[in-house]
Structures are given as C-alpha cells and as structure tokens.
Design a protein around this ligand. Structure first.
Ligand code: TMP
Length: 234
C-alpha cells in the first residue's frame, strides 16, 4: 500500500492518504502532549509501542464482534485503517475514579465505581474538551440518536472485553478514551487504544503504567510503555 499525501497531523499521529480512497495510513509518533498541548515532550519508542498495542487490541475487539477501523499493521509505526468521518466526541469510560473525574467532583483517586461511568467530551482543545452529553450531540447535529445508541452500547461492551483482558495480565483498567467515526454508513471504532488513551494500574501495587507518568513527571515513562507492550503482546 503506497503512502500518499499527509492529510492530517495530530498531537500523537499523522494520517496519510493511500491509492485506495477508502483507506488511510495512520502513523504513530513519539511526541507526547498533555493538558491540551500546553505540556510537550517526547517518549522514545512510544509510536512503535502504541502502534503494536493498538493493533493487538483492535484485533481482539474485532474477534469479539466490535467493528473497528483497523485493517492491518504495515510497519513498526504504521497501520492501515478504514477512512472515517470522525464523530466530534471523545467517549470516556471509567471503572475507577482518577484524573478528570477526581478533579471535577473533588474525589480521591482509586474509588471503585459501582458501575462504569460513560462521559462525552467535545473534541476541541481550545475549549479544553468540555464535558457534554447526548442531548448536545443530537441537538447540534454531531450524531444521530441511532448512532449514539450504538456508540453507548459498543463502549460498554468494549469495556467488558478490555477489563477481562487486562485482568488476565495483572492490570486494572481504570479508564480509557474512545473515538468513533462513520465509514460507508456504518459506525466504527477509530483512533487508538494505548497507554496514551487509557489508565493502567498494576494490580496489587497500583503502579501507574500509562501516560500519567508523563503528565505527572513520575519518571520511567519509556519503561512503563514497554512493560505494557510486553504484557499485552505475548
Ligand atoms: P481524564 O481523567 O483526564 O478525563 O482522562 C480519562 C481517560 O481518557 C484517561 O485514560 C486518559 C484519556 N485521555 C485521552 O485519551 N485524551 C485526552 O485528551 C484526555 C484528557 C484523556
């Protein structure tokens, strides 16, 4: 598959056209940002790790009946994906209180939720990705009721699949962020699933094995990403 024009450069990835109008190439960078890109850095090898972890988790989800944009791995940093028209909402699922939820509600991190919490955030860095709900998305025409029914059901299903998987490798899946998009009239899971977009706590110790090591200057960032790769891809 030949790489064509770069059509988008985000904070952690670049997207290229291919000779097939339905397919894009997604390339993972080592660049890391936090707090709406006010903090910037590089995590050596992150792009390679996130490409492999995302490919592996998309493959797992596909096997369990969740359609994703993933087609195949192309190289260390590139995957072939289906072209999506992205829905402008980040879907966050939380199993344990941390990060934004702890801050918003003045809670301690680590409280195990009685049931998973689903949040939508409007995807707009300059507004700091504000919390919105399904009414905003429908009323403003960002998604239809049918699409949101699908996104909600799929997100909870993805949570069950991933929670079970990570339980098996000694990790508590604290929370994670998903993005969905439309492809030929169907809604597919897009973007990535990686230590950039999830919180992973080691069972028993609570050791953080995700991007919070960068956000909070905890050190051993590269090691944490490599450790997650070796736990996920065996
Ligand atoms: P939050 O607690 O900061 O809202 O983050 C919830 C989850 O979403 C966490 O696993 C990290 C992920 N996340 C992203 O993938 N992108 C973002 O821009 C933010 C703020 C969080």
């Amino acid at each position: 598959m030949k790489r064509g024009k770069m059509i988008y450069e985000g904070k952690a990835k670049k997207v290229y056209e291919t000779d097939d109008p339905d397919l894009y190439i997604q390339e993972f960078k080592d660049d890391a940002t936090a707090f709406d890109a006010t903090k910037r850095g590089t995590i050596a090898g992150k792009g390679v790790v996130n490409n492999k972890i995302s490919s592996s988790l998309f493959t797992l989800l596909e096997k369990k009946g969740i359609p994703t944009h993933f087609v195949k791995l192309l190289s260390e940093r590139e995957m072939l994906v289906k072209r999506l028209e992205i829905i402008k909402a980040e879907v966050t699922i939380r199993n344990i209180v941390a990060g934004g939820m702890a801050k918003m509600l003045g809670l301690e991190e680590g409280i195990v939720l009685k049931e998973p919490v689903l949040e939508y955030h409007f995807k707009e860095d300059k507004l700091h990705d504000p919390l919105i709900n399904e009414y905003h998305l429908r009323a403003l025409g960002y998604a239809t009721a049918g699409e949101l029914d699908y996104v909600r059901d799929a997100s909870f299903k993805i949570n069950s699949i991933l929670k079970e998987f990570f339980n098996g490798v000694g990790i508590d899946l604290v929370d994670f962020k998903l993005e969905f998009g439309r492809h030929k009239g169907k809604v597919l899971l897009g973007d990535e699933i990686s230590p950039d977009t999830c919180r992973f706590w080691e069972k028993g110790t609570g050791r953080k094995l995700d991007k919070d090591r960068f956000r909070r200057d905890l050190g051993n960032i590269e090691e944490a990403y490599q450790e997650m790769l070796s736990r996920i891809v065996r």
